[in-house]
Design a protein around this ligand. Structure first.
Ligand SMILES: [Zn+2]
Length: 246
């Protein structure tokens, strides 16, 4: 049997199996996306119960197996518990997790993506504006993947209008001139400040005037998500519905 391997990782998805087991999907810096089967971890007092929770940062010792590695031992470094305390942060973190799963590959090291997700989760825990952090994380993930919106010229005709670009389109992949915007059904007007913000991936977390709905739509489309991205700006469900989100 192959030797067990320990990965630093963040839990981005959990799926309960049977009465006591759980499947985790981890994002790791050294081995990209990893699945881990946690046998018995939902029993009260189980040793891996604390680590087998959404958004946890920890060390996970995995035993490689033919189908899915098993989680042997774990150590929690940061539970990111605050992300589960209110709907806006939970939605932002869930959206970031969804995008990171789409952007990551199994067994492919990706330290920048791991660090981006960790920074975004830490910022959300520090009470940075959830809708801003969600949009910033989405934009930075697109940038890492080489899929950021094109902003230097109209992405349909290549023109650089003298009065600047004032529209953008998800389908076309970035900024548009007025003439092309009139021909694109999904074109939306953006202010010069919003367009400038779309090109800035180094602003402090939680403080950036991004067009959040446009970024969410852009990321969901260009990272090929199935369905729209949950956004914190959407109306909150009743408190009773929140646990189902986990
Ligand atoms: Zn154009």
């Amino acid at each position: 049997m192959a030797p067990a391997v320990t990965h630093r990782g963040i839990v981005l998805r959990v799926a309960d199996v049977g009465d006591y087991d759980r499947m985790l999907t981890l994002l790791t810096p050294d081995a990209g996306r990893q699945s881990a089967f946690c046998r018995g971890c939902r029993k009260p007092g189980a040793k891996n119960l604390a680590a087998a929770q959404l958004f946890v940062l920890g060390d996970f010792q995995l035993q490689p197996r033919a189908a899915t590695p098993s989680l042997l031992q774990s150590q929690v470094h940061e539970s990111h518990y605050a992300l589960r305390l209110d709907y806006a942060r939970l939605t932002a973190a869930s959206g970031i997790a969804k995008l990171a799963l789409a952007a990551s590959l199994p067994d492919a090291a990706d330290t920048p993506l791991f660090e981006l997700v960790l920074e975004a989760f830490d910022s959300l825990c520090r009470e940075a504006a959830p809708e801003v952090v969600a949009a910033q994380a989405a934009l930075r993930m697109l940038d890492l993947q080489g899929l950021a919106p094109r902003l230097d010229a109209c992405c349909r005709c290549g023109d650089i209008p003298t009065r600047g670009l004032t529209f953008a389109s998800v389908e076309q992949g970035g900024a548009l001139c007025g003439l092309c915007a009139a021909r694109c059904t999904d074109a939306i007007p953006l202010t010069p400040a919003q367009l400038a913000a779309l090109g800035d991936t180094a602003a402090p977390w939680g403080r950036q005037a991004l067009p959040a709905a446009f970024v969410a739509d852009f990321a969901a489309t260009h990272l090929h998500l199935r369905g729209p991205l949950p956004t914190p700006a959407a109306p909150a469900p009743s408190p009773a519905a929140i646990p189902e989100f986990m």
